[in-house]
Write a protein that binds this ligand. Structure first.
Ligand SMILES: [Zn+2]
Length: 495
């Protein structure tokens, strides 16, 4: 089998994946800043790393997956000046900043669950790691890589590069070009060099989120949380760091500088970045009016949408393209995905009903056997080639053809032999459900079932087991089973 290869932004090539301490894998993904509803770009990024998490687990790794929640320090404009995104929303809505954080964290989790995206192993927050961040600032000052200025502390790019480092190596930016792009006037800045970035910011009295520090009242710089939390839970060096490609610069570049400044080691072995979404060929943006929320896609409530699309249709649609290519949303493409997903999920339903029947004198069909083996292998080869889901799904559809033939009795199980028949049956389900995270969706009109399921959750939380049994038997009467899984409660057709 081909080894797993991952396109590494740092080396600009597909590198063979070799974890530092196999079978353990450490993976960090920059999570959302929770000041508004999760958008579709978020969904694509987190679905990509969900796929990687699932696939690594499937091929035998034990993954510790850390995905943070940014709940302080991310400023409007993504730079060192301006209001805190969450603080700004809190003022607008006259709420406590943590109410904003809670509201949009809940929304984010609901959206992740809708799209069958697993929760990470650890979901740390920036405000939960202020002590670590203040310590990191102190250490960087002690190492001569940061300096205080008017109660703020800045990372010193010149000092970092003079110590033999290379700021800009991830994104391929050249220092002089960056300097030419900045427009700060001499003598007007607290910074020694316009490229220096804040690791601690002095807070004015009206700034909502602020804490005591050795430099006065303030708050941490946006880039610092990821450095501190990844090191805390995954070590000074770990395997995979992911995020959307818009985070490559400056966020990830700054993460590398901070971590390398603190420990002397490059923090990450494989940097992975997901590509953008477009709508009808145009960049998705609020100002163009073509940016819609996941909920709008699921309800069809947007002028650019002809109809609603189910979460699994959207998931299937997104996975049809490899994560490094741009993904274009259009009604035609979504409708095609809806058809494709229906065919696939129909195969998923019937494959579970297939049974092997031995036939005396049944002759093996070697051509078909070889074809099935090739497609089973092809799925892995696709996934191992930098998660090329487009190739993997094409092989899945080749397998689907045989599943349908078996079901329609156009192909006798005996001609495949019991071993290959069983392999086809089990692998088909594993590829769909475990690896791609695609599952059968209860048909429309399932509002009653949804309501019953949330009742079940409540009864269960309140330990009212007699009522739990009652709901269970209701589901059974509908031909469904409730499944209590590690992270959540779901339903499925009875097997
Ligand atoms: Zn980050």
């Amino acid at each position: 089998m081909q080894p797993l290869k991952i396109y590494n932004t740092l080396t600009r090539q597909k590198d063979t994946f070799e974890p530092l301490a196999s079978p353990h894998v450490g993976m960090y993904v920059c999570g959302p800043t929770v000041y508004n509803n999760a958008h579709l770009g978020n969904v694509r990024t987190f679905m990509t790393f969900d796929l990687l998490f699932r696939y690594l687990t499937h091929i035998g790794y034990k993954v510790r997956y850390v995905r943070n929640i940014t709940d302080v320090g991310h400023l409007v404009g993504d730079g060192d000046e301006g209001e805190d995104k969450i603080g700004r929303m809190a003022k607008l809505e006259q709420l406590e900043p943590m109410e904003i954080v809670q509201r949009y964290t809940n929304d984010f989790h609901r959206v992740m669950e809708d799209f069958n995206i697993f929760p990470p192993s650890i979901e740390p927050t920036a405000t939960g790691h202020l002590i670590e961040q203040i310590e990191a600032v102190q250490n960087l000052i002690a190492k001569g890589l940061a300096y205080e200025s008017n109660g703020s502390v800045y990372f010193d790019i010149n000092a970092y590069n003079e110590a033999g480092n290379d700021y800009g190596k991830l994104s391929g930016r050249i220092l002089e070009d960056l300097l030419n792009e900045t427009r700060e006037l001499d003598g007007q800045s607290e910074k020694r060099n316009p490229l220096d970035f804040a690791i601690w910011k002095n807070a004015s009295p009206e700034h909502l989120m602020q804490w005591n520090s050795p430099w006065g009242r303030g708050f941490p710089g946006w880039h610092l949380e990821c450095t501190c939390m990844s090191a805390k839970y995954l070590g000074n060096q770990f395997d995979i760091h992911g995020g959307g490609m818009d985070l490559k610069f400056p966020h990830h570049e700054c993460e590398i500088a901070q971590a390398k400044g603190l420990t002397g080691t490059d923090p990450v072995r494989y940097w992975m970045h997901t590509n953008m979404l477009t709508v009808n060929g145009q960049k998705m943006s609020k100002s163009l009016g073509n940016s819609f929320l996941p909920a709008q896609l699921l309800s069809g409530d947007h002028e650019l949408l002809d109809q609603s699309y189910s979460p699994m249709t959207v998931r299937f649609f997104m996975l049809q393209s490899q994560y490094r290519s741009t993904l274009d949303f259009s009604n035609d493409a979504l409708k095609a995905a809806q058809k494709g997903f229906k065919r696939l999920v129909n195969g998923l339903r019937i494959v579970k009903t297939l049974e092997y029947v031995a036939e005396v004198g049944g002759t093996p069909d070697e051509k078909k056997q070889a074809d099935i083996e090739q497609s089973l292998q092809g799925f892995y080869d696709g996934m191992n080639d930098d998660l090329n889901t487009s190739v993997a799904i094409a092989h899945l559809f080749s397998l689907l053809k045989y599943v349908n033939m078996l079901y329609m009795n156009q192909l006798k199980a005996a001609t495949l032999g019991e071993e290959l028949f069983t392999k086809l049956k089990t692998q088909f389900v594993i590829f769909c459900e475990d690896v791609l995270g695609l599952k059968e969706e209860p048909s429309e009109g399932s509002a009653v079932l949804k309501g019953m399921l949330s009742l079940y959750r409540e009864y269960k939380a309140a330990q009212q087991y007699d009522k739990v049994d009652e709901v269970r038997s209701y589901f059974k009467s509908q031909g469904l089973v409730i499944r209590d899984m590690k992270h959540r409660i779901d339903w499925a057709y009875e097997e």
